[in-house]
Design a protein around this ligand. Structure first.
Ligand code: AGP
Length: 624
């Protein structure tokens, strides 16, 4: 984040960084003018509060290590870090400075040629003081500015970005230009906040929404020069660049915890609304419509194969897309983690549709998969929760999930919203291919709409009993999850939630695979969560899963069974039964996932962990 204006910059920055902490929280730092023609930089490993503890407060406080002049500074920058190069220590925290301490920079992304630049600087006698890829940018800027101070800071930044390769969104300040902040964007997002006599720049509007709701989104390879009077945006060659001004109309309250201890718990409860908002407005005159479509109907009709690419939880949503799209459209669908997809030379052409799913819309692996697909002339459809993010911008068609901001690192409401969005995409394709008549599409759509009530009923009925169960099992060594058919992705997702939040060994398996290896893991007292299909649907699946439960029970497992209300056949085999409403096959993953989210959150809480900020993770993984 950067600020230039009339308020005390340090305060603006710290408040802004609090809102950005979800993007990374292993260290933080700020740099402001020191009142003596230099910069005052404070950095601290750990959460933002560690930084706050070392910042000057009123110039008198004992913990303060800085000057009171810094409190009056009205220009500055700040950063919360998620380490890529170098461990999360004080010295690797941003901002980084040049040797004179007159230039400071904060950075998101990875400068891929930093080793060569570092060697070049060292050969010139520059001493680098951190392990980061970022620091080279500070030294390069100092050198470029010194070479021609009259050309200005923006020209110097332009010279620096011309030397960098990789992903870099950078914010610079120079002590000799106390009323100026210059930022450059390649890859990671950057938004400018336009205030009265003050300007902001940040990765997310949340950082400055308390001060202004007028924003400008920076495009790829653009540089913005901020002074209190305004912003000038140019491209990397110095030409005036086009920008996209917008007004932020969502309420910051929406990103507050709403009375819960953790954002994640609030976000779990928001799922019925997230589903309803995602569906809203997508059936128009009996036809399913996407949000953006830069493809003709004929181009869509020509699609003969679908790849779904995504990471983590979004990948699990993608696995469910396969069931729906193949069933409704009779077209082959492959689902793959984005990081594998692009490196294995997939067979793509202009009749391939790549569906990229990403909550943030900036996950580096998914973004690169999209770029690879487009290079091969494939069509790309994005499912994204972040308006205007890079992945939808680079796609041919977009369907937004309207889950609202998700602060908890663990995806919950965005997962179920992604699943429903995948189903909408399936219906849109079915109507295009003519594999479903309009009345069938409308019936399926109504079925999707019914999911909001079903999820609301799960929330009413299962949250408290599931939490009690989670507390009982919180000290388990490991937990396994089993499912079949659409229950399999649910099992994978349940295990991922438990891993990432409770740091517990958790694995999800296709129940049919049990006998091919995983059953060897079963030992006395091991909790196994089983996601049962409906006895009313494909009875054969239900029976097979009952047999699996018997097999693991016979080997001493504790069975926790998620099953449909009224499924009496499973009761004798369930040590703990979690009943969810009876819904159609494709809606079942939505209702069955909710108790598993609650379970993971409560196990983590019982173990004393921060549910919203699990260790080693970040909300948006913008590096590969
Ligand atoms: C989910 O709980 C995770 N935090 C993670 O797997 C996440 O879903 C993944 O990193 C993908 O993120 P995206 O949806 O923003 O692309």
């Amino acid at each position: 984040m950067g600020y230039v204006g009339w308020r005390p910059a340090q305060e603006v920055l710290v408040n802004g960084l609090r809102r950005l902490e979800y993007r990374g929280y292993d260290s933080a730092g700020v740099a402001v003018a020191d009142g003596k023609g230099g910069l005052e930089v404070h950095r601290a490993a750990g959460p933002l509060d560690n930084l706050v503890a070392v910042l000057p407060d009123d110039g008198v406080a004992g913990t303060a290590s800085g000057s009171s002049a810094a409190l009056r500074a009205t220009t500055g920058m700040g950063h919360t870090r998620w380490a890529t190069h170098g461990p999360p220590t004080d010295r690797n925290a941003h901002p980084h400075t040049d040797a004179t301490g007159r230039v400071a920079v904060v950075h998101n992304g990875i400068i891929e040629n930093f080793a060569a630049l570092r060697a070049e600087l060292e050969a010139e006698g520059v001493e680098l003081t951190s392990d980061t890829d970022t620091e080279v940018a500070a030294h390069l800027l100092a050198r470029a500015f010194a070479a021609d101070p009259d050309a200005g800071l923006t020209a110097a930044v332009r010279a620096v970005v011309a030397r960098l390769q990789g992903a870099f969104t950078l914010v610079f300040t120079h002590a000799e230009r106390p009323d100026e902040i210059v930022a450059a964007r390649r890859s990671s997002p950057l938004v400018v906040g336009v205030g009265q006599g003050e300007m902001f720049v940040a990765s997310d509007v949340a950082a400055f929404i308390d001060h202004t709701r007028d924003a400008v989104e920076l495009g790829q390879d653009q540089i913005v020069t901020l002074t209190p009077e305004g912003a000038v945006v140019t491209d990397f060659h110095g030409e005036t660049a086009k920008t996209r001004p917008f007004h932020v109309d969502w309420d910051i309250e929406a990103a507050e915890k709403g009375g819960h201890d953790f954002f994640m718990l609030k976000e779990i409860e928001e799922q019925p609304t997230a589903l309803a908002d995602t569906l809203r407005g997508h059936l128009v005159d009996g036809r399913v419509v996407l949000d953006e479509q830069r493809l003709s109907d004929q181009e869509l009709r020509d699609i003969d194969k679908v790849f779904v690419v995504a990471c983590g939880t979004a990948y699990h949503a993608g696995l469910l897309a396969k069931y729906a799209i193949e069933h409704w459209c009779r077209i082959p669908v492959e689902v793959e983690v984005a990081s594998e997809f692009r490196y294995r030379d997939p067979v793509l052409d202009r009749s391939t549709l790549v569906v990229a799913i990403s909550q943030s819309g900036e996950t580096a692996d998914t973004l690169e998969a999209v770029r690879h697909a487009r290079e091969q002339k494939a069509r790309v459809l994005a499912i994204c929760n972040t308006n205007g993010a890079q992945i939808p911008r680079e796609s041919d068609a977009v369907l937004y999930t309207h889950a609202g901001p998700e602060v908890g690192v663990a995806a919950t409401k965005t997962f179920t919203a992604q699943v429903i969005a995948c189903y909408l995409v399936g219906l849109a394709l079915a109507q295009t291919f003519g594999t479903k008549y309009a009345d069938e599409v409308a019936r399926e759509y109504a079925e999707l709409e019914s999911s909001t009530d079903a999820v609301a009923r799960v929330l009413e009925a299962v949250v408290e009993p599931t939490r009690a169960l989670a507390r009982e099992l919180a000290q388990s060594k490991a937990v396994l999850f089993l499912g079949r058919h659409v229950g399999f992705p649910v099992a994978l997702e349940g295990a991922l939630k438990l891993k990432e939040l409770a740091y517990m060994h958790a694995e999800g398996f296709a129940a049919g695979e049990l006998k091919h290896g995983p059953i060897a893991l079963i030992e006395q007292g091991l909790p196994v969560v089983v996601v049962m299909p409906s006895p009313k649907g494909r009875a054969i699946l239900h029976q097979k899963l009952l047999s699996n439960i018997r097999e693991i029970q016979a080997r001493g497992a504790r069975t926790i069974v998620v099953a449909e209300e009224g499924d009496e056949t499973v009761r004798p085999f369930a040590e703990h039964l979690i009943e969810v409403p009876s819904v159609s096959t494709l809606i079942q993953p939505l209702v069955a996932s909710v108790p598993l989210q609650v379970f993971a959150a409560e196990v983590a809480r019982s173990r004393g962990y921060d549910v919203d900020k699990p260790r080693n993770l970040a909300k948006s993984v913008t590096v590969e």
